[in-house]
Design a protein around this ligand. Structure first.
Ligand SMILES: [Fe+2]
Ligand SMILES: [Fe+2]
Length: 139
């Protein structure tokens, strides 16, 4: 396990966060109708959390001597509201998995603070996933 692997992993997480910020911003504008108006609020509420994650990762990568990415991960653009929420749930669950995996990498390298913070971020994404699952159940 090397520091380079950790930097690469964190850069993938960062690209995912930039993509998530763009996805929620995009979806909040494309969510139409009465139900869409509710979703718009929910998407917008998620953005500050994701921005906090992106800021943390940018600092962490720079501190490790890496170059923090500014390229977002691309995302699908479902037209319908249910498709949007399904996609978001899938992406949030991916994030939970990746943060948990990278927390273990940080632990192996003896970086306790980073490990704990990545676990906290995994927990944040897991809460986002729970919110989305609730919404999806009623659609
Ligand atoms: Fe996030
Ligand atoms: Fe999230």
């Amino acid at each position: 396990m090397t520091k380079e692997q950790l930097i690469n992993g964190l850069n993938e997480d960062l690209a995912a966060e930039w993509g998530t910020i763009m996805r929620y911003t995009y979806q909040s504008s494309r969510a139409l109708g009465l139900r869409g108006a509710e979703l718009r609020d929910i998407f917008e509420q998620e953005i500050p959390d994701e921005l906090g994650h992106a800021k943390y990762l940018t600092d962490a990568i720079a501190d490790l001597g890496g170059d923090p990415t500014t390229q977002p991960k691309t995302f699908d653009k479902p037209e319908d509201l249910k498709g949007m929420v399904e996609l978001d749930l899938k992406m949030e669950l991916n994030d939970v998995e990746n943060y948990s995996r990278h927390a273990k990498l940080a632990e192996d390298l003896g970086m306790t603070a980073l490990k704990v913070k990545l676990e906290e971020m995994a927990a944040d994404e897991s809460e986002h996933a729970r919110d989305l699952r609730r919404i999806l159940r009623g659609m």
